[in-house]
Design a protein around this ligand. Structure first.
Ligand code: CTP
Ligand code: MG
Length: 434
């Protein structure tokens, strides 16, 4: 296990995550940073990358003024998850501040929370929620190596035209000179603060919305490094859909392990002599029958419970009902066939089944192979049957009824796509006509 170093008492890098915008182009009622993507706010996704940086950083979240408490809760939740995963305490260097009217004002509010130890400052849009941590690390490394401002950018692939309000084309821009810039944008702290002071003093603040432009305008060097396609800004509903598709594609399918289940069933012998005995899928002429709503085949019923239990689909009573008129007198194969269908729909095949029948009668061994062949045929899997008495002890020993236990092993069907997740207790629809 890799254990990252503890967050230094005095971190050197700070990331200001600006999340105070309203997201008017996204068009949600919530401010953009709180819009959910795969059930988590965009802000939390953005923070995940920051927490995953090689060098643990001071994190300053700039939130809408009326959502500071919510942003704190989201950040604390993300910090706790990463603390547990990386054995690093992040909470001590986490600040949440209220944003301003413009992005620049929001950055300013963030800067006011910098710890004295910080010498590299990154400014990052929460709206670039899927930005990889490695890009943040690369920006930090490049700031340190060059002592420049560093911004990630991607080459522009489309042909760019300058167009008049009328729609007339004024010219084609040389795209080899163009870069679509992203965040995080990183700067040596002293350079960044000096540039902002200069911009404020020279009335440039309102005009320059991008951190790098402001630094370059004040005469400091800014260099572009390779950006990352995942650092795209979520601005419109189409961007959010794209992010959703990317996360969906990246989510691995659930790993299905083999599963076992056990079942037990008991039926009393019927009081009358006319009830037929059905056991292990066979009719036993001349033997005393078992009482029950169905045919009382304890072996078949125990197998059903073992299969349903292994698949996490509940039990025979909850699936078939104990008083459903459709199952009055029904034989074991009816239950087994439908149980097998449900198990397969859940993404499993039967590995094998082992059954123990407990009772004085009928004498089972002469028809053991016949019963095994019948049940194995129904389940398309080996079924082993054993029978025992209880040495005259208990209700089976007194000849009051028959019991059976079963153990079943299921294994995931190759490229199984479960239609009902095992273990959810969800009862699938029964479709008897199908
Ligand atoms: N931002 C901010 N404070 C503002 C405006 C924007 O912190 N007053 C942040 C946004 O939260 C976002 C980043 O700056 O993370 C980039 O801005 P943008 O994508 O334009 O977000 P919004 O301004 O929220 O969206 P829109 O322009 O569609 O309203
Ligand atoms: Mg905006």
């Amino acid at each position: 296990m890799t254990v990252s170093p503890a967050l230094p008492a005095a971190p050197k890098v700070a990331v200001i995550v600006v999340a105070a915008g309203s997201g008017s182009r996204l068009g949600h009622a919530e401010p953009k940073a709180f819009v959910l993507l795969h059930m988590r706010p965009l802000l939390e996704h953005a923070l995940d990358s920051i927490f995953d940086m090689n060098e643990p950083a001071q994190i300053i979240v700039v939130a809408p003024g009326d959502r500071v408490a919510d942003a704190r809760a989201i950040a604390a939740h993300a910090a706790a998850r990463h603390t547990a995963a990386r054995h690093v305490t992040f909470a001590s260097a986490l600040s949440i501040v209220a944003g301003g009217r413009t992005r620049q004002e929001s950055v300013d509010h963030g800067l006011s929370a910098l710890l004295p130890s910080i010498d590299v400052v990154l400014v990052h849009d929460a709206a670039r929620a899927l930005t990889p941590a490695a890009l943040c690390d690369q920006v930090v490394a490049a700031v340190r190596a060059t002592r420049h401002g560093i911004i990630p950018g991607l080459p522009v692939v489309d042909t760019i035209k300058r167009v008049a309000a009328s729609g007339a084309i004024l010219g084609t821009v040389d795209r080899s000179e163009l870069s679509a810039v992203q965040t995080p944008q990183g700067f040596p702290r002293a350079m960044f603060e000096a540039a902002r002071t200069w911009a404020a003093a020279n009335g440039r603040f309102e005009a320059l919305t991008d951190d790098a432009a402001l630094v370059a305008d004040a005469g400091h060097p800014v260099t572009v490094i390779a950006g990352h396609p995942l650092a795209f800004k979520i601005t419109t509903p189409e961007d959010l859909e794209r992010a959703d598709l990317i996360l969906h594609a990246a989510t691995p399918p659930p790993v299905l392990l083999p599963r076992i289940g056990t079942g037990l069933d008991v039926h009393a012998f019927a009081a009358d002599d006319s009830t037929e005995l059905w056991l292990a899928g066979l009719f036993w002429p001349g033997e005393k029958g078992l009482s029950g709503h169905s045919d009382g085949d304890v072996a078949a019923h125990a197998i059903c419970d073992a299969l349903l239990g292994a698949a996490g689909l509940g039990d025979i009573g909850s699936i078939f009902g104990t008083a459903d008129p459709r199952f009055s007198g029904a034989h074991g194969d009816v239950f087994l066939i439908e149980t097998l269908r449900l198990v397969r729909a859940a993404g499993y095949l039967v590995g094998n089944v082992s059954v123990q029948i407990i009772g004085n009668r009928p004498k089972f061994s002469p028809r053991r192979a016949e019963a095994e062949a019948r049940l194995s045929g129904i389940l398309s899997a080996p079924v082993n049957l054993a029978a025992t008495t209880t040495d005259a002890l208990g209700f089976t020993g007194r000849g009051e009824g028959i019991a059976a236990t079963a153990t079943a092993l299921l294994y995931p069907a190759p490229s199984a796509a479960p239609s009902a997740a095992p273990g959810t207790g969800q009862t699938p629809d029964l479709n008897w006509e199908a």
